[in-house]
Design a protein around this ligand. Structure first.
Ligand code: AMP
Ligand code: ZN
Length: 460
């Protein structure tokens, strides 16, 4: 297999990836568990899974950590002010902040399981790593990178000479002169490492610290937990592109100032799921959830297939039509594997080479899916096709090794066209009948006429 090439946000170029040592280490920013996750969050989680599966397919061992943000993520995550999202969830649901956290964590993991993501080596919860976070803040304090205000301990970004390098932020210090409400911060890019509980307010989640009772800032958890489990320099850190300018920028600043070493070698960022022109996000209220996918008659794996058809660095918009097309394509593959009962096939080497070439080129999953379809349509034996596709599926994660025949689902709009065509045929309007057949074909189905009427098959 050719070396894996990944686009590294830090260098803004594609670079050859090799782990520093064994195993390759991956950290990704997981969910803030105060609400249902939306399909955008799950897309990013599946991008990380695709990356991990590609590394495993390439023969590397992988150690992967995902965090669960269950404290400290405030409503204004750029300014680092506002209310803790966990406390908002608690008020909304009339249960404790911790109950909210565990409830949505459980739902998140159940959805990921249905999407067939490989579980991380460890899920790390922010609330279970308070000591590690305090220790990191103490270290930064000792090294002179912090200052105190009336509401917390802040990171002094002016002391970090390459602050903002991930996002290409320039003139960071000039921004400090901009007319923004800094509060007691010295610069807009400074951020809270530890926040004090407001005077007279008893928070549900608070801990003692050398600076007073309070809670960790949002960014410090990822640095503390990533370094604890994966070491001071990790191979790959992943997340959605929204995290580049603030969260990941701050993770780099505090980690590198604390250790004097590069924190992350490869930064991998996935593009958004969008609604219309906008990012799908809880705060905009334009979210679709896994529940929405299922209510509309789709399996989570249909969504997984759909995400594979768009490169992870391109935006994706998810509609019922695109899900329907993904579903019929996935069903065809599942049905082929379920019916190809001959065992003992051989890997079709030329196809696997093309497949590997697609993936090693910055995880080009759409191209890898096209290779799968080339195999499906080829004149190789069914046993060879099956064996080859099952190897590919170790990366796609469509759970094909458990494939069982599925009855083909005819989407409602196709059924309408079929009815219209039956009517046209009854009226001997052959031109209309042929036109409708073409339209059905464009939508992914092939109609044939038999003595008992029309039959329909997905186009392979
Ligand atoms: P959050 O729960 O908002 O902290 O997000 C969890 C993960 O989902 C992070 O890696 C985000 O970058 C990612 N994410 C958030 N919104 C989207 C979106 N619309 N499309 C893709 N990924 C997203
Ligand atoms: Zn993070």
């Amino acid at each position: 297999m050719e070396p894996l090439v990944l686009f590294n946000t830090l260098s803004r170029t594609k670079e050859i990836f090799k782990p520093l040592k064994k195993p390759a280490t991956i950290y990704n920013c997981g969910p803030t568990v105060y609400h249902d996750q939306h399909i955008g969050n799950f897309r990013t989680a599946m991008t990380v899974d695709l990356l991990k599966r590609t590394l495993l397919h390439a023969g590397y061992s992988v150690k992967h950590i995902t965090n669960i943000t269950d404290v400290g993520h405030l409503t204004d995550d750029v300014g680092g002010t506002g209310e803790d999202r966990m406390e908002i969830g608690a008020k909304r649901e009339g249960i404790t902040a911790l109950q909210v956290a565990r409830k949505y964590e459980k739902m998140y993991k159940a959805d990921l399981h249905e999407l067939n993501n490989i579980s991380p080596f460890k899920w790390t919860r922010a609330t279970e790593h308070i000591n590690e976070q305090i220790a990191l803040v103490k270290k930064l304090e000792r090294l002179g990178y912090t200052y105190r205000t009336s509401d917390g301990i802040y990171f002094d970004s002016s002391r970090c000479s390459d602050y903002g390098k991930l996002a290409g932020l320039k003139n960071v210090q000039q921004q400090a002169g901009k007319r923004v409400d800094l509060g007691e911060k010295k610069s807009p890019t400074d951020f809270a490492l530890w926040k004090f509980a407001a005077p007279g307010v008893k928070r549900q989640m608070e801990w003692k610290s050398p600076w007073g009772v309070g809670f960790p800032g949002w960014h410090i958890e990822c640095s503390a937990m990533a370094m604890k489990y994966l070491g001071e320099t990790i191979d790959i850190h992943a997340g959605g592109i929204d995290l580049i300018p603030v969260h990941h920028t701050n993770e780099i600043a505090q980690s590198e100032c604390a250790t004097g070493k590069p924190f992350v070698r490869f930064w991998v960022h996935g593009a958004f799921v969008i609604e219309g022109e906008e990012k799908m996000s809880k705060s905009k209220g334009n979210v679709k959830t896994m529940e929405w996918i299922k209510e509309n008659g789709f399996a989570p794996l249909d969504y997984r297939y759909l995400t594979l058809q768009t490169h992870y660095r391109k935006e994706l918009s998810v509609t019922l039509e695109s899900l329907a097309a993904a579903r019929s394509a996935r069903h065809s593959i599942v049905n082929f594997i379920a019916s190809a009962t001959h065992r003992g096939g051989h890997i079709i080497k030329a196809a696997l080479q093309k497949f590997d070439a697609a993936l090693t080129n910055d995880l080009n999953a759409p191209q890898a899916v096209a290779v799968l379809w080339d195999v499906m349509g080829s004149d190789a034996s069914d046993a060879d096709k099956r064996t080859t596709i099952l190897v590919m599926d170790e990366v796609f994660g469509l759970d094909l090794k458990h494939a069982k025949k599925i009855a083909v689902v005819i989407p409602a709009e196709i059924q309408k066209l079929l009815d219209a065509r039956a009517q046209a045929r009854a009226e001997k309007n052959w031109a209309a009948s042929d036109a409708i057949r073409d339209e059905i074909r464009v939508r992914g189905f092939e109609v044939s006429d038999t003595a008992t009427g029309q039959t329909i098959q997905p186009v392979l």
